[in-house]
Design a protein around this ligand. Structure first.
Ligand SMILES: [Zn+2]
Length: 354
């Protein structure tokens, strides 16, 4: 049985179980790992175990106490979750220390100083830690350095490079890896209720997930899976036709509806899949024996076989697409972003001489 339904992060769990047995799960942690692998879910599960009034060994919450009932309902007063608002580029400092009229009388840092409401412990989870402005990070430093006794603060981000050195140095770093393809497949199967009919699409979604459960769920949508295949076809064609790539990508994200989050999720799949394609292409380009890389995902591997570029071209495309991903995280205008990204991808030699 997976711990609280979570698969694929046994090493991280073991670390916390051992720390818990020594009575030492406290302080400041920075969870780092790719988008969609379950870092936030793990943080919440850990919080539920820590606030339980009669936990079982192995950080298993009892499921029946007052604390467990409240955390299951998402209303536990000692589990505090803060995330970046959808319409903001960074986490506003008022979420951490209150607005100008209520400085240090509201916000996550202030709430962490209060006594636990249910007598146990307090856990604060700060999602989207990639998006801490320097000002917001400064507000957090003292809390991270000296969290109240028995309190736990967990920052959740995607890469260490995106965190300010002042934050990094005050936290214990916990790394999360991409999920294995078969773990993604098992989780999807248990979520969707596996039938003969959807077995093939489950397999494809798991293979194309890049270890991200969030992406795998999106790939169960036939429209998304088909577009990913179409994308591979566009990328494999040289010279790359930026206009076609832009037009098709914009149509694909607009088909997600008017709301920003699903549109951004679709563009993330496009950009991440592009990075994966060019990483495989780069591997192929630097291999002298011509054997080609082994890639689990059939649509990437067949596209890479057709692609005939060199290592420089693949490396430039990776770095530009990572820049586009950064811009996406910073809430850039999506159409402008897509136009700029496809235009620069079309000219692989341009920026290197600049
Ligand atoms: Zn309990």
């Amino acid at each position: 049985m997976a711990w609280q339904g979570i698969e694929g992060h046994d090493a991280v769990l073991e670390r916390f179980i051992q720390a818990d047995e020594r009575g030492r799960v406290a302080g400041s942690f920075l969870f780092i790992g790719p988008h969609g692998v379950g870092k936030g879910t793990f943080a919440l599960a850990l919080a539920k175990a820590l606030v339980c009034e009669s936990p079982r060994p192995g950080l298993e919450p009892c499921g029946g106490c007052r604390s467990c009932l409240q955390s299951a309902a998402g209303t536990h007063p000692d589990i505090d979750i803060v995330r970046k608002p959808e319409d903001r580029a960074t986490i506003p400092i008022e979420l951490l220390i209150g607005d100008a009229e209520h400085r240090m009388r509201e916000g996550l840092c202030w709430r962490l100083l209060l006594k636990p409401a249910l007598g146990g412990r307090k856990v604060a989870i700060l999602l989207d830690a990639d998006h801490l402005s320097e000002e917001a990070a400064n507000c957090l430093l003292k809390t991270l350095e000296e969290p109240p006794d028995n309190a736990l603060i967990i920052l959740v981000g995607t890469s260490l490079e995106r965190q300010l050195p002042t934050i990094r140095s005050r936290c214990q770093i916990v790394r999360f890896r991409p999920l294995a393809t078969d773990a993604v497949g098992r989780i999807l199967a248990s979520e969707t209720g596996q039938t003969e009919l959807n077995e093939a699409s489950l397999k494809m979604a798991a293979a194309g997930s890049g270890g991200s459960l969030v992406r795998a769920r999106l790939l169960l949508d036939q429209e998304v899976a088909s577009f990913r295949d179409r994308l591979m076809g566009l990328l494999a064609t040289r010279p790359l036709r930026g206009v076609d790539l832009a037009r098709d990508t914009i149509a694909f994200i607009e088909a997600a509806g008017k709301d920003a989050p699903p549109r951004r999720a679709r563009l993330r799949i496009v950009l991440e899949s592009t990075v994966e394609f060019y990483r495989a292409a780069l591997q192929k380009a630097v291999q002298f024996d011509g054997a080609g890389p082994t890639i689990a995902d059939a649509s990437i591997s067949s596209a890479v076989t057709r692609w005939q570029g060199d290592a420089d071209e693949a490396a430039a495309a990776i770095s530009r697409t990572l820049d586009a991903l950064d811009a996406l995280e910073r809430n850039a205008n999506l159409t402008i972003l897509i136009d700029a990204w496809t235009a620069i991808l079309e000219q692989p030699r341009l920026a290197q001489s600049a």
